[in-house]
Design a protein around this ligand. Structure first.
Ligand code: UD1
Length: 334
């Protein structure tokens, strides 16, 4: 079975490529390196012992994409490619809509032409907006608070319309909670450009003395210690969720959404303390005001993914914070 992975050199994509190869899949990767680096391909080879078949191209370029489908005997697609920075999407909404939606339409059109109708799509728990009930089930009300989130929700809608028009498609929509950590080799991990927006990469840079201190955005939420609570999931678990999903879409038709989370929420302070304790480092922090658009708490009901796909997260908090720091130490630009 040959899987086309769009955005396969990115954070989640690269870890999924490793697990696909570990599970005996053939992989073809497309990326334009808009938020990743060519060296990831060498690292993937080092980890898997396999040369990765790779095309550097923009997914919006349907002509080039057709060439890939002509050359490669693709059975199914995992679609990661897309812009993902919330703040940037607020200042450049048209760029986000153009890129994320155009690339997906181009991909789905070319897949239709080649009669390849099996796809796993990277969505996000961001489509739940400010959840009314915790833990969050897949049938919760959907809403978004920024253009990035809206691109995810619109694409979910496009996939649902596509399935209504042709029910021979097989589509799995994966709603990720908060992926953190890195592959155990320390060769691949999360490598955001510039100052990180997300908690874990920020903690890592503070612990590594690349940034002076962490700003904790609010300690007056209605949570156990007042700081925001999220469902952090180890990136290798998340990658394995894709293996379960691709196995499922290959063997079934239909469309469905699945939460990929652990079901456990940790507060910002719990994350900081776990990081300090496990890695034996200092993480100085200041409590500052709430960040615009943030919610108090967000964690998954992971049961549906378990019942239907057989997916269950295995890694705990220690492995998340340990692997995140291990990658940072091995790849520090200091
Ligand atoms: C963020 C995005 C979400 C996106 C996800 C991708 C926002 C508002 N939401 O989710 O749409 O799908 O990333 O991974 O940006 N925190 C601090 N200090 C920091 C950074 C974060 O205290 O420097 C806190 C936040 O207030 C939050 C928690 O840490 O309580 C997690 O934040 P983050 O890692 O940015 O993820 P989300 O906000 O859940």
């Amino acid at each position: 079975m040959r899987i086309l992975v769009t955005g396969g050199t990115g954070y989640i994509g690269s870890h999924t490529v490793v697990e696909l190869i570990n599970n005996g899949y053939d992989v073809v990767v497309i990326d334009n390196f808009s938020n990743s680096k060519p060296i990831v391909l060498d690292k993937l080879k080092e980890i898997t012992g396999k040369e990765i078949k790779f095309y550097e191209m923009d997914l919006c370029d349907s002509e080039k994409l057709r060439e890939v489908f002509k050359k490669e005997d693709i059975d199914a697609v995992i679609h990661f490619a897309g812009y993902k920075a919330v703040g940037e999407s607020v200042s450049k909404p048209l760029m986000y809509y153009r890129n994320n939606i155009d690339s997906t339409l181009s991909l789905l059109e070319v897949m239709s032409e080649f009669n390849i109708k099996k796809i796993v799509f990277s969505s996000s728990a961001t489509v739940y907006g400010d959840p009314e009930k915790l833990p969050i089930k897949e049938d919760a009300k959907l809403s978004t608070t920024n253009p990035y989130g809206s691109t995810k929700l619109y694409i979910e809608g496009i996939l649902k319309d596509l399935y209504v028009s042709d029910n021979t498609w097989s589509i799995a929509i994966l709603r990720y909670f908060n992926p953190v950590g890195a592959h155990k080799s320390g060769l691949i991990g999360e490598d955001p450009n510039g100052i990180p927006n997300n908690l874990m990469p920020y903690i890592v840079k503070v612990a590594n003395k690349e940034l002076p201190s962490l700003n904790i955005f609010g300690n007056d939420y209605d949570t156990s210690d007042g700081t925001g609570v999220r469902d952090y999931i180890h990136i290798t678990d998340l990658a394995n969720g894709h293996i379960k999903a691709i196995d499922y879409v290959i063997n079934n038709v239909g469309i469905d959404c699945y939460n990929l989370g652990t079901g456990t929420g940790y507060s910002v302070l719990e994350m900081v303390n776990a990081f300090k304790k496990t890695n034996k480092v200092e993480v100085p922090y200041n409590i500052v005001g709430r960040r615009d658009g943030d919610i108090a708490a967000c964690y998954a009901d992971p049961n549906y993914a378990y019942e239907k796909l057989g997916f269950k997260a295995e890694y705990g908090l220690d492995e998340m914070v340990e692997s995140a720091f291990n990658y940072a130490i091995k790849n520090s630009k200091k």
